[in-house]
Design a binder for this molecule. Structure first.
Ligand code: TYM
Length: 334
């Protein structure tokens, strides 16, 4: 990693099968940034423990997310692709940042409000302090830019506030990171309920398309997608949320601007449009799935990637953590 490139950090929770929301809102952009920046792309497994996980499935999914990162085009030599739990500095810095994050700030987090409604029987302290761990992830690596979907913007804002607060007390310890949110694809909505975000942990499988859905399943899910009683294919988020979402997905996978899409489907039906979106998405996923299957056939290689990259990440992380320990008054490790 060179010292003069800017640093990028981002991550995905291995809490379910990754969706085209994760891909279009985040991973697709990461691929485009890997040459210009020093990039760390983490599989944030510690974050998933805020909701009950099946241990066996979690282990399997962590490896599967690594394979998907690589299948989507992230090079493990160019980028640091690693597992959050393999670098203990994340949890260590999170503890310290917990002591610099206010309850009032955490209370305002919409993800906490959503998740505590969905998991009312398990509103644990980790769910509440989740943003302090996320801030630790980002600040450990002196990150300049964080490529994320729209839904993570609030977490980035709290990260910036905590970094600035810490810097005010102790001098310039952390780089204050900027969000990087793409213009199209940053908020892919559910196919059946376009008022809510597409989410990998949704109970209704028709609400999301995963990166591993077969072409038939992808096309079927798009055919079923909710539209409206009108017949016009036009971008209007407020009055036509279903069609606008499908347009965002289509634009994102084909690179076509909205105006061109409107012209292309001017005389076509919603059925024609939904089929075209489904086929374009299936086509995008085909090479990803092929590479994924090859990679998952070689688990030793995936584990080796995690080992080497985890060590690279730890070296960088401890530089920052040692500085933080010193600043707050903890004796340096021998
Ligand atoms: P997670 O795992 O929910 O999502 C991973 C990334 O995918 C984006 N995303 C979406 N983008 C567009 N449309 C959607 N429907 C959609 N759903 C998800 C998310 O915005 C995110 O960029 N807290 C984070 C994980 C995390 C993290 C970090 C991210 C932990 N530490 C440090 C960046 C930096 C999360 O739960 O993402």
């Amino acid at each position: 990693m060179s010292e003069n490139k800017k640093r990028i950090f981002s991550g995905v929770q291995p809490s379910g099968n990754l969706t085209i929301g994760n891909y279009l809102g985040a991973i697709k952009n990461w691929v485009g940034l890997q040459d210009e920046y020093d990039c760390m792309y983490c599989i944030v497994d510690l974050h998933t423990l805020t909701v009950r996980q099946d241990p066996k499935e979690l282990r399997q999914r962590s490896l599967s997310v690594l394979a998907l990162y690589m299948a989507c085009g992230l090079d493990p030599e160019k980028n640091i692709l690693y597992l959050q739990s393999h670098v203990a500095a994340h949890a260590e810095l999170a503890w310290i940042l917990n002591c610099y994050t206010y309850i009032g700030e955490l209370n305002r987090m919409t993800q906490f409000k959503d998740k505590s409604q969905r998991h009312a029987d398990n509103i644990n302290a980790g769910l509440f302090t989740y943003p302090a761990l996320m801030a630790a992830d980002i600040l450990l690596y002196q990150t300049d830019l964080v490529p994320i979907g729209q839904d993570q913007k609030q977490h980035l804002e709290i990260t910036r506030d905590v970094a600035a607060r810490f810097n005010n007390l102790y001098g310039d310890v952390f780089v204050v990171p900027e969000p990087y949110i793409a213009k199209v694809g940053a908020k892919i909505m559910s196919l059946q309920e376009p008022a809510k975000k597409m989410s990998k942990s949704d109970e209704n499988e028709n609400n999301f398309v995963t990166l591993l859905d077969s072409p038939d399943v992808v096309v079927r899910k798009f055919k079923k997608a909710v539209t409206d009683s009108d017949r016009e294919i036009r971008y209007d988020e407020e009055n036509k949320p279903g069609i606008s979402n499908l347009m965002s997905i289509y634009s994102s996978v084909t690179g076509k601007p909205f105006g061109d899409i409107e012209a292309e489907f001017q005389d076509k039906s919603y059925g024609d449009f939904k089929l075209a979106v489904g086929e374009a998405v299936a086509e995008t996923l085909k090479p990803v799935q092929e590479r994924y299957n090859q990679l998952m056939g070689n688990k030793d290689y995936l584990n080796e990637v995690l080992k080497v990259n985890g060590e690279r990440a730890a070296r960088l992380a401890y530089r920052t953590l040692n500085k933080v320990y010193k600043k707050v008054g903890l004796l340096p490790r021998g």
